[in-house]
Design a protein around this ligand. Structure first.
Ligand code: ZN
Length: 514
């Protein structure tokens, strides 16, 4: 059927798309340099590489601000307001305008000062963490908070300056909405974890015999087979090694991820393979023919994280999955595993409050995020002071997780985000967990006998479902609308709580009613 709306002359949208595409090719070059920095670069190359990256990034920024030099974008924006664009064009113009407006509001002097502070603050954070010396980092964090408040003011906001920062990572989300969601979640998690704690003594902690080693070559083979089974296209990607695992996409036809290996513990690479693999499937699933435009861009960090967490937790820590993969694991590492499948399943799902966020299990993880969200929001809103952070941090850990860090190194200094200027970023990790449970619930309804299929080794059926319903749409829908389209409702944290109850109730033999 023909749309009643007349299409915008192809050349206008094409002209804009072409400009965006050029910027994306430049952006990809920066990403290659960053990837290389983490994977291959010799230590002494750091300074020269930082200069290359910052020069290119400056170029992209200026070029982007120049995108409306002849009024092309403003003209299209006018058509958008007059409802004269076709759906595909709406996405391109709406999203480009959104980034353009944000970028335009930040003067060059501000951007440069921020880049300098970020690079300095990150270095100081690293030293402060090594020396367990919060006082050393505090003045830089104070300046960072100041700068971030300034950014919020420049960008503009309705209720809280924190919203302006959050919007950069999770467009459309507000701190008010997050507060409601996180309060519910906290009220569920704290007593739930207490119940688990009571009975958890009977569960053998996750530990592998020290005498057994897991040769890295064999881990590589296992992980590669796993990634391929998920549907990760190795002709459009590769897996390398870096200190911190990450995924980067230069184009849907070149999406890479990294893991790291420990000869004493293969799970330090297996779960990151599932996690990063989930991110990578999203980027490989974006429509390549729309490369450069928002139609080939991920919705938000929260939705991106939902893809990694779905594979890592809902799939990768499930019994059906290991029905298929545990025998393979035993075969790959003869003599290393004596536990039965049932015992093994319990071991990989041990729940235990820890001090370090990145080591947290899927039950306690969100509390780590909630603590960071509450503190960073209060910092930006000016209701707490940087100097009080260590004390407040430790108090919250005691209150929510029942443990207190002995040092700031394993407390407030553990994460790079604040030093790197990523304030407003943490909530996207928790949102990812919540979205993943909701998508998983729908996938199980849509795909008959999904878990049986996973147990038989068919993982691509899930990848294809995610591709059709999520990946292929790019930024066509907001996180809210996408979730509504896919699952029939907007974000509902009850799916996550129900998932935990259904899984950990039987696992720990606890009563999950009420
Ligand atoms: Zn992730």
């Amino acid at each position: 059927m023909l749309s009643r709306k007349t299409q915008t002359p192809r050349n206008e949208i094409e002209k804009l798309s072409e400009r965006l595409r050029e910027l994306s090719y430049l952006g990809s070059a920066i990403s290659v340099l960053q990837w290389d920095q983490e994977v291959n670069m010799p230590k002494k190359g750091a300074d020269a590489r930082a200069k290359s990256i910052s020069l290119l990034a400056g170029l992209v920024h200026t070029q982007f601000l120049n995108i409306d030099r002849d009024g092309l974008l403003s003209g299209l924006k006018k058509k958008l307001e007059d409802d004269r664009l076709a759906p595909r064009e709406v996405t391109i113009v709406r999203e480009t305008w959104r980034s353009f407006e944000r970028a335009r509001k930040l003067p060059e002097t501000f951007v440069k000062a921020m880049a300098e502070l970020t690079s300095k603050a990150q270095n100081v954070w690293q030293e402060a963490r090594e020396e367990n010396n919060f006082a050393k980092f505090a003045p830089y964090l104070e300046r960072m908070v100041e700068k971030k408040r300034e950014e919020a003011k420049l960008v503009g906001y309705e209720h809280s300056p924190y919203d302006a920062l959050l919007d950069d990572y999770e467009p459309g989300a507000t701190s008010g909405e997050l507060e409601r969601i996180f309060t519910d979640l906290k009220n569920f998690l704290i007593p739930f974890i207490a119940k688990i704690k009571k009975v958890s003594k009977s569960i053998r902690p996750y530990a592998l015999a020290e005498s057994v080693t897991f040769p890295i070559e064999k881990q590589v083979v296992f992980n590669t087979e796993l990634a391929e089974a998920m549907g990760y296209d190795l002709d459009a990607g590769r897996i390398d090694v870096s200190t911190h695992p990450f995924t980067t996409g230069f184009h849907p036809h070149d999406v890479r991820f990294t893991v790291r290996y420990n000869v004493h513990d293969p799970f330090e690479s297996i779960f990151p393979t599932l996690h990063e693999g989930g991110h990578a499937l999203y980027d490989q699933g974006l429509p390549h023919e729309e490369f450069g435009t928002p139609l080939s861009d991920a919705v938000s960090l929260g939705i991106h994280e939902s893809q990694s967490r779905l594979w890592e937790n809902m799939v990768g820590k499930s019994l059906p999955f290991w029905k298929r993969w545990y025998p393979k694991l035993k075969k790959a590492f003869p003599g290393a595993f004596s536990a039965s499948l049932g015992e093994f399943y319990k071991i990989i799902n041990t729940v235990k409050p820890t001090l370090i966020r990145v080591d947290a299990d899927e039950v306690t993880y969100n509390l780590h995020i909630i603590i960071r969200f509450e503190l960073e929001k209060a910092l930006i809103e000016g209701t707490i002071e940087v100097r009080d952070l260590p004390k407040l941090w430790n108090e919250r850990y005691k209150e929510y997780l029942g443990i207190v860090p002995k040092t700031d190194r394993e407390g407030v200094l553990q994460d790079v985000h604040w030093g790197a200027g990523y304030i407003g970023y943490f909530p996207t990790y928790a949102l990812g967990n919540l979205y993943s449970a909701q998508f998983w619930n729908t996938a199980k309804k849509h795909i008959p006998k999904l878990e049986e299929k996973i147990a038989k080794g068919d993982l691509t059926i899930l990848r294809n479902w995610l591709r059709t319903h999520i990946h292929t749409h790019g930024k066509s829908f907001s996180a809210r609308d996408l979730t509504l389209r896919v699952t029939g409702e907007t974000l509902n944290p009850d799916y996550f709580s129900a998932y935990l109850k259904d899984k950990y109730g039987p696992l720990y033999g606890i009563d999950t009613r009420g």
